[in-house]
Ligand binder design. Structure first.
Ligand code: FAD
Length: 288
């Protein structure tokens, strides 16, 4: 089923996985992860895609495995430097596997990119337009604003373009302060963005991940949470417990305030999803 239709009926639970760099053991470990995730009855599992399609083959293959296991895949596709022929090739492969849902993205640009780098698909909007009609298309959004955007308002004006060109739902960048999500939803609605905005949550289970989150996503880590993490950064089990409970707190607050679903970035770790699920079993059973 397409994700827009699922969202019309119910609140969604979904996970993001990424294709392993090496096949073999890493690939079979990911398939095992997906089998464990299936027990949590996700509405869909999304599969990341390298900027510029560097791992297109592996990404398509993993989407196919998810489909074979009876779960709806959401295949990410990045436009960026790709040609229309590259996008046609990956679209055909996905359609042949029965994949109906894609997340259309631009992908990060290299620091030294030149004028011609994103000739065909300079923005996600160009890819959404290209893929609309072939797939149910979703897109990305940023509670704290995309790093290239001068103001959140400018970013939301571009979100409206994504919707107008066919995006049926949005998934957010990681955030640790829910008020950024509520502000995004509020301002997006005021500017006419009506599609569901699914919050993306990444349990922060290791202090080592803080610099990576800051550099990759620019997400603000609230001071209270940061203090908790830093106080126990040398006690990994305690740190993990704090990170999981903080994610649980974020999820409960989001659900109570009407979020249309929860998308969990689990970094291919099924145990993270299983632990969150076990803490919230009744919430997922009764409210999803
Ligand atoms: P865009 O929508 O093009 O936005 C980039 C900037 O351009 C923003 O500032 C926006 O406001 C502006 N903009 C948008 N449209 C227009 C327009 N028409 N005219 C002028 N300005 C415009 N990266 C990967 O490489 N692979 C992945 O699988 C992947 N998955 C992701 C999943 C999610 C949920 C999110 C939130 C991000 C993901 N990313 C992924 C990262 C993403 O590719 C980067 O954040 C990238 O820099 C922007 O992608 P975008 O699709 O948001 O681009």
């Amino acid at each position: 089923m397409t994700i827009d239709k699922i969202l019309e009926k119910k609140r969604t639970l979904s996970f993001e996985v990424f294709p392993p760099k090496r096949g073999g053991e890493e690939k079979s470990a990911l398939i095992d992860t997906i089998k464990q995730l299936k027990d949590l009855r996700p509405d869909f599992i999304s599969v990341t895609y390298g900027a510029g399609g560097t791992n297109a083959g592996e990404a398509v293959e993993i989407s196919g495995e998810i489909k074979r296991l009876g779960i709806e895949p959401l295949a990410h596709i990045t436009g960026g430097p790709s040609t229309p022929e590259d996008i046609d090739r990956v679209s055909k492969a996905l359609l042949e596997l029965g994949v109906k849902n894609v997340l259309a993205l631009r992908g990060d640009r290299p620091v030294d990119f030149d004028r011609d780098y994103c000739k065909h698909f300079p923005h996600a909007t160009d890819l959404i337009k290209y893929l609309n009609g072939k797939f149910c298309v979703g897109a990305a959004c940023y509670p704290e604003g995309h790093t290239e955007c001068r103001t959140l308002r400018d970013d939301i004006v571009n979100l409206k373009k994504k919707q107008n060109l066919g995006a049926k739902f949005l998934i957010t960048q990681i955030f640790y302060d829910n008020s950024y999500y509520y502000r995004l939803v509020h301002e997006a609605r005021a500017l006419g963005v009506t599609v569901p905005i699914i919050p993306g949550i990444m349990p922060l289970v290791s202090a080592k991940n803080i610099p990576r989150i800051k550099s990759m996503c620019g997400s603000t880590i609230p001071l209270d949470f940061r203090n908790m993490i830093e106080s126990y950064s040398d006690m990994p089990r305690v740190m993990r417990e704090i990170g999981l409970n903080y994610a649980v707190y974020q999820i409960i607050d989001l659900i109570a305030k009407g979020a249309p679903g929860i998308h969990l970035y689990i970094m291919n770790h099924a145990d993270t999803a299983v632990e969150i699920f076990s803490r919230l079993r009744t919430v997922f059973d009764e409210l999803f």
